[in-house]
Write a protein that binds this ligand. Structure first.
Ligand code: C2E
Ligand code: MG
Ligand code: MG
Ligand code: MG
Length: 288
């Protein structure tokens, strides 16, 4: 009897899994052609210097505008792209277009670009970064690559080698989502990071939550000890910002200062002159 029940459950489970799997395969397939169809765009989110309140840079975030489903979250399509290998093309597109865009700004702000584990471990990534800088004319010091701890662990020596060669180009490296990954402390010591980004989950309600406050304070202390500036992600309230200012956090990013959006909406900050150089950059959806 138990066996029969188990089988029944198993079948329901399997059929719902296969529907989900089929949906993922379909999306994965559609994602492959997304760049060619002009469905991938960049949204930009400001990053602030906490002490002065000035915008010091932007993070470029990939957006996929699906013809039927509408906007698909990066939390869904980036992992899909990593599984299928499509992240190599998407990542290269993002890097190239982020550099082209930033090179056109009158104000020499930094541009932060996310790099996935698959990209970091591919033999062509360093060359892609070098070419994106060369072809856009963006000074290397204005490019910051955001790498997560999880991106490093697949092959530590190889990741370290790639990061060192990127640093030799003059590019800066930020550790993204700090605290959510694996073996963070040893990675911080071994890798040539220039910045720590504290994950939004620790910043949330930091003003009223003693545990979150303790974690953020200890990351700030770690940053001070290692000589690395810390940027807090996901800042949504004035109270969170007041806390960060009091604790001497260097940078902040979050909805409080601006949601990711088309770069045109930040023209007064970038000093971006003239019309878009490329038609495909203006195909960005109005993001939220
Ligand atoms: P991330 O790199 O940690 O980016 C920050 C995420 O937090 C973004 O989500 C941003 O929209 C969101 N965010 C910013 N401020 C706030 C806030 O105040 N509150 C809340 N609740 N959220 C905030 P998004 O754009 O959905 O991207 C999610 C993740 O997808 C990114 O996390 C990154 O890991 C990945 N991703 C996005 N674009 C790319 C890309 O071009 N390449 C790669 N490899 N990954 C990307
Ligand atoms: Mg990031
Ligand atoms: Mg992050
Ligand atoms: Mg993240």
């Amino acid at each position: 009897r138990a066996k029969h029940e188990g089988r029944g459950r198993c079948c329901v489970f399997e059929s719902s899994m296969s529907a989900e799997l089929h949906d993922r395969r379909l999306l994965e397939h559609e994602l492959r052609g997304a760049i060619g169809r002009g469905e991938i765009a960049l949204a930009f989110q400001p990053q602030l210097d906490v002490a002065s309140g000035a915008v010091i840079g932007f993070e470029a975030l990939a957006r996929w505008s699906h013809p039927v489903r509408g906007s698909v979250s990066p939390a869904l399509f980036i992992p899909l792209a990593e599984e299928s290998g499509a992240i190599l093309d998407i990542g290269e597109w993002v890097l190239r277009h982020a550099c082209i865009e930033a090179a056109r700004w009158t104000n020499p702000l930094t541009i932060a670009v996310n790099v996935s584990a698959v990209q970091l471990h591919s033999t062509s990534f360093w060359e892609q970064a070098r070419r994106a800088l060369y072809e856009s004319g963006l000074p290397a010091a204005r490019l910051e690559l955001e790498v997560t701890e999880t991106a490093l662990i697949r092959d530590l020596p190889r990741a370290l080698n790639t990061l060192r060669r990127l640093k030799a180009l003059g590019v800066r490296i930020a550790m993204d989502d700090f605290g959510t990954g694996y073996s963070s402390l040893s990675n911080l010591r071994a890798f040539p990071f220039d910045k720590i980004k504290i994950d939004a989950s620790f910043v949330k309600s930091v003003d009223g939550n003693p545990q979150a406050a303790a974690i953020v304070r200890s990351v700030l202390g770690l940053g001070r000890g290692l000589g690395l500036p810390v940027l807090a992600e996901g800042v949504e309230t004035e109270a969170e910002m007041t806390f960060l200012r009091a604790e001497n956090c260097a940078g902040a990013q979050g909805y409080l200062f601006g949601r990711p959006g088309p770069i045109e909406s930040f023209a007064s900050i970038t000093g971006r002159a003239g019309a878009p150089a490329r038609g495909d950059m203006s195909a960005e959806p109005a993001t939220a």
